[in-house]
Design a protein around this ligand. Structure first.
Ligand code: SF4
Length: 298
């Protein structure tokens, strides 16, 4: 075991959502790790309820395969199929995965029980598992009420907040560059997987202008993406480890003129006001139409 990774044992690994996510379509989520070495400044787990209980040191849930085997067997026996999001509170393909292969072992179990999966990643390491993902794609059983709208067993979704390599290097310090992620997405498409890009979070006054969005959506289309997601920035917490303080510090250093505008935008909530959100949504829809690319999966 890597000296920078803790070993933890868990009682449960498959989380069943109360309701299916209407955008990402997942009924379940699986997080093989606790913490994340990519260490994005804006990470929504920093200071929010999603990060509660997360250890400060990166931890690998070493017994996750045995636990998932039991949990999925039970769900499969009852016919409770649903898309599993991998992952919602960590990066399934961060550095340690290269030798731990925990995500890979979990995917092998997912394949055995024929569950569909939605991979959410910023990493190129997902390419290691392309053959396995193709098997999952072929054999997965979708929940009955989704079958008419969607017919794929695997979704590979690469997330990024900007195409600016220098900025990404500051904000998503441990992750492969946006270009590397786009190339990885292209590779997924070449092997006929269903793949696209999540521009989440779009950074107010940095990567959310019509001009920037136009470039981002056009680029996704040029790389062959099946879909594009867009979403707003969220900033949580009031202590030094919270994403709000970390992000404000970044603004102070790099673009202090934006700080008052951000304070105004995040004055009342962890997310920008409804009007901002609606405006961003309208812009994204318009541009997806312009470039004939699906906004969302269905
Ligand atoms: S890759 Fe995802 S989970 Fe990891 S730090 Fe970045 S936003 Fe958080």
């Amino acid at each position: 075991m890597d000296s920078t990774v803790n070993e933890v044992f868990v009682k449960t690994i498959l989380n069943k959502h109360k309701k299916r996510d209407r955008y990402f379509l997942d009924d379940y989520s699986v997080n093989p790790y606790s913490g994340c070495s990519f260490n994005c400044l804006y990470c929504y787990t920093k200071g929010s309820k999603y990060g509660k209980g997360r250890s400060k040191v990166l931890s690998a849930k070493v017994n996750a395969p045995e636990v998932l085997e039991k949990q999925l067997r039970r769900r499969a026996e009852k016919g409770e199929y649903g898309i599993i999001a991998m992952s919602t509170a960590t990066e399934p393909y961060q550095g340690v995965e290269k030798h731990l292969k925990l995500t890979r072992k979990l995917l092998e179990i997912i394949l055995k029980y024929r569950f569909p999966v939605h991979i959410l990643t910023k990493s190129t390491l997902v390419l290691r598992d392309l053959e396995l993902l193709k098997e999952v794609d072929k054999s997965a059983i979708l929940p009955e009420d989704l079958r008419e709208k969607f017919d794929r067993g695997v979704i590979v979704n690469f997330s990024m907040s900007t195409l600016d390599e220098k900025l990404a290097n500051v904000l998503e310090v441990g992750a492969p560059t946006p270009k590397e992620r786009l190339e990885a997405m292209k590779r997924c498409k070449e092997v006929q997987l269903f793949a696209g890009v999540s521009y989440i979070p779009l950074l107010p006054y940095i990567s959310d202008s019509e001009e920037k969005l136009d470039e981002m959506i056009r680029t996704a289309k040029d790389y062959g993406a099946d879909f594009v997601f867009t979403g707003v920035l969220t900033l949580f917490g009031n202590d030094l480890a919270g994403s709000k303080i970390l992000y404000y510090r970044f603004l102070e250093k790099r673009c202090p003129e934006l700080l008052p505008r951000y304070k105004n935008l995040f004055e009342r909530s962890y997310q920008p006001p409804k009007e901002y959100q609606e405006h961003l949504e309208e812009k994204s829809k318009k541009l997806c139409k312009k470039y004939r690319i699906k906004k969302g999966i269905i």
